[in-house]
Write a protein that binds this ligand. Sequence first.
Ligand code: COA
Length: 703
Amino acid sequence: MNHQALDGIMTPRSIAVIGASSTPGKIGYTVLSNLINQGYKGKIFPINPGAEEILGLKAYPSVLDVPEDIDAAVITIPAKIVIPAVEECGKKGVKGLVIITSGFSEVGKRELEEELVQKAHEYNMRILGPNIVGVLANSSGMNASFAPYLPLPGKASLVSQSGALLIAIDASTYVRGVGFDKLISIGNMSDLDFADIIEWLNDDPNTTAITLYIEGFKNGRRFMDVCRRTNKPIIALKAGVSSHGAAAAASHTGSLAGAAKVYGAAFQQAGVVQASDLDNLFDRTLALSLQPPMKGDNLLIITNGGGVGVLATDAAEKYGVPLKFAPAEVQEELKKHMPEFGSAKNPVDLTGMAGTEWYHNAIKFAYAHPWVDGLVVLYCETAVTDPMEIAQGIKSAIDNSGANGKPVTVSFVGGERSDKAMRWLVDHGIPAYGAPDRAVNAIAALNEYARNKTLLAEPITLCGGENRNEALQIIERARAEGRDSLTEIEAKQVFALYGLPVTKTLLAKTEDEAVSLAREIGYPVVMKIVSPDILHKSDAGGVKVNLKDEQSVREAFRTIMANAKAYKADARIHGIAIQEMAPWGTEVILGSVNDATFGPTMMFGLGGIFVEVLKDVTFRVAPVSTSQALRMLGEIRGAPILAGVRGEEPRDKRALAETICSYSTMILDLADEISESDANPVLVYAEGKGVKVVDARIILKKK
Ligand code: COA
């Protein structure tokens, strides 16, 4: 990436404020005064055709009149006059534009925004915004925004799609004690988007973790690529995950693919740690910006109170780092630092008698022990201890342990003295929280980050995909008939071309043909109506199962035809599908959506009639390797069913994972054609016996 334009915005040596004003209350006044008064060391040029001097600085009618170079221009003039000002910036050689002005695509003025971007690109300038609060950077004392002050200094940098939230976060950094180096408002993302800023922050020496507030964006694949390549932790809060206003979908998968699930999958696949809400975003940011990743799963909790210990234990299970008992030799050593009635299991309870020395010695030993991958230290404020001394004891224990590279988080439950001690810990690089579950959640984020990064290192091997042309021909034929979905037979043909094990299915146009095809397939058979106008075949009386002989096939043929005509008199009927009757297996559903942000995305869940009620499904952005697919199988609540319940043999997970991999290859390969699809049900047999796709649906993209 060419960093120059972004350097111009993030670390400018000089800034012009276009629309600088002497009138307090105007945004052009606030931005200029923030730059002058909050520590920015570069040159500042107020631009205003009607002023000679503003806030003690010489003002210029245009950037073209400024005798020196300008790196960044912050624009605070009304939308209708922005483009000519941008043109002047281009002529002047300005590198980057921070366009605070509203009134572009967010109010439907897309063309004006496009023209703006075009103009900037003509002169190799990049745009942050429009419709933003601006950029704030503690490291350069730059408040190029209309937020009142720089945030509490810290090591993370925040990128926010909401301007108002950014201002609110700015103020709350002081209350929460969680600091940032940069706050970057990206508004309409007309040009620079999350991916560009993340790429830049990855090389920023003042940023150790990248925090994102996301409402939605377009180029999800690029976002994922950039995040994967980033070697700093990224924490994201995605807003707008409720089903309110979600578009109607034509497939099961479409109706289950909420933004939360798809974004969640994409984050995981891109190594991004997710936050559940704003508080959690701060908590996780603090941990990820101050502490190293937790590379294994052995979490040890040291406490002086049983209650907080139990709360932390519950949280450990909830957040995916369940506690294990420490090995005997660890317990033996820890017992030396507690009274007889203490507990050296996990949580390690030093008891209410624990003073700084016990804390110090227990932590020093535990932190250095190779079994321990991460440490959570809990403290309940007592009358016999001083929170600040305990905090200092924790810090010196870690410093003197002779070990490093492992995370530690802390929770002090108490009053003002505890609060002060926690601030001290944070100032000394140890994240501290007012509740034990928050300290555990924070260390779980460090574990999640390490796990996601390990997964990213896995190579993705695609399954199949040599038969694209044949699949396209089937799709073209359907399109030629004016259809935007494939029949079950066609969908199964496409599935089969990508190696999915579909039940043998042949089309009979007449009763006699049905009989001869049933014989060819072998009894018993299933018969289903094939009509592009009847999507819900069972509702139309268009399905008969377990037909064991010629007579029942003949009867079924007549009944199905009559039912279909009664259901929809003018339905186009291609015939009746004669299908191998697959033996019983565990029902699962596979499916896909072509997500507007991330493109082809796979779904897996338990099938059957409750799929849409229980929503027990999981997603991955395609492609999905077999090993990723195996992980998907373990993610749903119903996962134990595949392991074999009530004496049943374990199901063939390997074959199912390979099917998911092939399916994901298909939706990626045919991304321009397939909008949604389902394989429902897919029957999963005992280990070694494979899977069968019994029904298939493909909805085509509208062209
Ligand atoms: N170059 C430089 N300055 C110019 C100019 C030009 N070509 N044309 C006019 N100006 C001056 C104006 O004279 C005025 O200065 P003055 O106070 O000395 O008269 C100054 O620029 C600002 O212009 P004005 O017309 O007074 O605009 P405004 O301050 O009322 O509003 C915006 C401008 C950008 C703040 C407003 O249009 C806007 O978009 N507000 C919303 C911003 C926002 O909330 N963004 C973030 C959303 S999260």
